[in-house]
Write a protein that binds this ligand. Structure first.
Ligand SMILES: [Fe+2]
Length: 337
């Protein structure tokens, strides 16, 4: 057991911090936790850790697993997802009714929405933030046990149900589905329950598994195919039962067909996983011993949610930060403790 707790935060690159703050703060309803240093890894120099001022958003308490760090780079080129980068981040909402209300709230704000799409293990809508970062909102359930027993989740490949695969969906019905009333307020039922998952892109799913499970110590909780590209794998890893807030997922893409990530505006600069404080140094030592460049620790984060972090990288060179946290990173675990 590596002491990994789940997700810690996701860092975004924005060309216009005020515009981004309006999106995540006012429209999405995350708490603005103020400006504070964020760790920044340099994809060109694996294992190097720099610092940048970021505006932090998340739960009021600054809970690990709820945090976004937005770094403003007014001259950043437009980014593009690809191998060695992150495809999207997902925020958690309670249920399908909440998703429908969020769809209505985004549409009324002029933000195009895809979905609701049934992802079998949860249901989702997709929007883009003002810089083009793909943001998914996903329900907490039904979870990984819909097609595997709890003690065997992630053990065997599970193909997506036919009716959920791209091309088989009832697009007109999905597009037309609307919550009947405007949604001017974010009620408690609608409130974002922190991060749900982050989805990265790798070139070799077994090599990715060796890193995420073998090095970071996460548990694979689902082996499936990409519902939007069923010829490619999509695997999920989490902690414990794989509750939302603990989840990292990877698309498996052929590097001969999928370009490398172009870092820039609208791209996730890194994702960060959370580790118990006494496990950060041993984990960093183990990563180094495995030949993975890993930085020395340094302190970052907003008041009340300071953390120590080291920079590492996944096998495709995507920066992965390991950040200290105390307590669970999933909303479920928080609420039931
Ligand atoms: Fe996703």
């Amino acid at each position: 057991m590596s002491g990994l707790l789940g997700l810690h935060h996701v860092a975004l690159v924005s060309r216009d911090l005020a515009r981004t703050a309006d999106f995540y703060g006012r429209l999405v309803g995350l708490r603005d936790l103020g400006v504070a240093p964020a760790p920044l890894a340099d994809p060109e120099r694996p294992g190097a850790l720099a610092e940048a001022d970021a505006r932090w958003f998340g739960d009021g308490g600054g809970r690990a697993g709820s945090l976004l760090a937005v770094v403003e780079r007014r001259d950043a080129p437009a980014g593009h997802p690809g191998v060695g980068g992150t495809h999207h981040l997902a925020l958690a909402v309670t249920d399908r009714d909440a998703l429908l209300q969020w769809k209505r709230r985004f549409l009324d704000a002029g933000v195009p929405v895809t979905g609701i799409l049934d992802r079998h293990y949860f249901q989702s809508i997709y929007v883009k933030d003002p810089d083009g970062t793909i943001v998914e909102l996903a329900t907490l359930g039904p979870g990984w046990t819909v097609d595997e027993p709890p003690d065997a989740i992630g053990a065997e490949h599970r193909a997506p149900p036919d009716d959920m695969v791209v091309g088989n969906r009832d697009r007109a019905r999905i597009e037309a589905e609307r919550w009947p009333d405007a949604v001017p307020e974010i009620t408690d039922a609608l409130r974002i329950r922190g991060l749900h998952h982050v989805t990265a892109i790798g070139a070799d799913i077994e090599r990715t598994h060796a890193f995420v499970a073998g090095r970071l110590g996460m548990r694979r909780v689902k082996r499936t195919s990409n519902f939007d590209d069923p010829t490619s794998f999509h695997w999920y890893w989490g902690v414990g039962g794989g509750a939302p807030g603990t989840l990292v997922t990877y698309f498996d893409r052929d590097p001969a067909r999928e370009p490398r990530v172009r870092m820039g505006a609208g791209q996730v600069a890194h994702y960060a996983v959370a580790a118990a404080p006494d496990t950060l140094a041993p984990l960093a030592d183990a990563l180094r011993a495995a030949g993975l460049p890993t930085s020395a620790p340094a302190a970052f984060g907003p008041d009340g949610a300071r953390f120590d972090a080291v920079a590492a990288a996944d096998p495709d060179g995507q920066p992965v930060i390991v950040a200290t946290a105390t307590g669970a990173t999933s909303y479920d675990a928080q609420e039931t403790r």
